[in-house]
Design a protein around this ligand. Structure first.
Ligand code: BEZ
Ligand code: FE
Length: 292
């Protein structure tokens, strides 16, 4: 009969979980997790009260999730874990557009639109913007037929899934690049907004005196046959939160410059009144490394 002590417990637990594990990757992950978790508990000499508080925090995080809200993604994002996973899986290569967090507000199955269509179903006080660009491969050749899934907050600071008064799929849409690799859509120039702070993640931010603001951005998932799917944002130049994003997801290569346009031809083509806000944001995809 073994006696478990502070000195031997970690090794015994590691043996129990590691020795019978069939999948080597599972073994590596579970034993590392146990080792770090035990080291953390020992390092801070966790009290029973603190451990129970942590358990209740995670319980509330789960209870805050539903089909429209994902508090665990928010937790991962605000702790910087999502960006670590992103950096490990999509290292900066100098080629292709950089990736960033998906966030908790992506919804599959947005409406598909023709290039040039507007994703505004309900307009607030925002500025109308034309967003256009080209999707290319690493040699600069246009990629035809790439799908761009785009989503953003409305100018009231909410995603459609957060605001029951907003029409479904407001500020979301899927666009397809044309024969020259070009895409275009009409939207509202995004504004900075707060991530939800009325749940456990908000308590965490307040305990560290952190704000919950994200700099203005538009989300993209860009996919095309034969290329790695790209999850990214375009941020707005000059936003006051670019240096203090609540989820650590900003990258300087992803900052776009909106200009005020008086271009009458563009305005006529996209049904806009002048002046309008204009952003050109080109993106590069990397060939898929998976053999087919
Ligand atoms: C977002 O940009 O939608 C987002 C990302 C991470 C956490 C919360 C929101
Ligand atoms: Fe967002």
């Amino acid at each position: 009969m073994r006696d478990f002590t502070i000195d031997n417990l970690t090794e015994i637990v590691l043996e129990e979980y590691g020795s019978g594990a069939k999948d080597p990757r599972y073994k590596q992950v579970i034993t590392s997790l146990i080792r770090h978790l035990h080291a953390f508990v020992k390092d801070v000499e966790l009290t029973e009260e603190e451990w129970f508080k942590a358990i209740m925090f995670l319980t509330r995080t789960g209870q805050t999730c539903d089909d429209k809200r994902q508090e665990f993604i928010l937790l991962s994002d605000t702790l910087g874990v999502s960006m670590l996973v992103d950096a490990i899986n999509h290292p900066k290569s100098g080629k292709g557009t950089e990736s960033t967090v998906l966030g908790p507000f992506y919804v599959k199955g947005a409406p598909e639109y023709e290039n040039g269509a507007s994703i505004i179903k309900q307009q607030y006080a925002g500025e109308v913007a034309l967003v256009q660009g080209k999707v290319t491969d690493p040699d600069g050749a246009p990629i035809t037929g790439a799908k761009l899934d785009v989503w953003q907050t409305a100018a009231n600071g909410y995603y459609d899934v957060q605001d029951p008064t907003m029409p479904e799929d407001n500020m979301r849409g899927i666009f397809t690049t044309d024969a020259d690799g070009n895409y275009a859509f009409v939207t509202e120039k995004p504004l900075s907004y707060s991530i939800p702070t009325d749940g456990p993640v908000g308590d965490l931010l307040r305990a560290s005196d952190r704000h919950g603001m994200r700099p203005a951005h538009i989300h993209f998932i860009v996919s095309a046959d034969g290329y790695e799917s790209l999850t990214t944002h375009v941020f707005s130049d000059g936003d006051e939160y670019l240096d203090s994003d609540a989820v650590f997801a900003t990258k300087s290569s992803l900052i776009g410059q909106y200009t005020k346009s008086e271009d009458a031809d563009l305005a006529a083509r996209y049904n806009l009144s002048v002046p309008f806000s204009h952003l050109q944001f080109d993106m590069g995809l990397m060939p898929s490394t998976l053999s087919s």
